[in-house]
Write a protein that binds this ligand. Structure first.
Ligand code: FES
Length: 99
């Protein structure tokens, strides 16, 4: 199975469960606050990417043949920064998941 990340062709391995793992393997950094924690997956919304023109969360999106994934874009970077700040604020104050 193949897809592209920021225009670069990437071959998906069977062990890649989601886009976050695919990107990580090819050294594309996508911020993620909840994925490697004990909190619910898909909670921080910081791993937002664009897949075939629509916003998706990389940690809960399974790779599929022909996907066109955009990670590096100014608006996505700003959105991730905002969501990470919100997540940290909620995490610190409420001690609960934000979703
Ligand atoms: S890592 Fe938190 S929503 Fe994806």
């Amino acid at each position: 199975m193949n897809l592209t990340i920021d225009g670069k062709a990437v071959r998906v391995r069977k062990m890649d469960k989601n886009l976050l793992e695919v990107a990580s393997r090819v050294r594309v950094v996508i911020p993620c606050a909840c994925y490697r924690s004990d909190r619910a997956k898909g909670c921080c919304r910081a791993c937002v990417v664009v897949v075939n023109g629509r916003r998706r969360y990389a940690c809960v999106t399974a790779p599929a043949e022909g996907m066109k994934v955009t990670v590096t874009r100014a608006d996505l970077k700003a959105l991730r920064r905002q969501r990470l700040a919100e997540y940290r604020q909620k995490k610190g104050s409420a001690r609960r998941c934000c979703c």
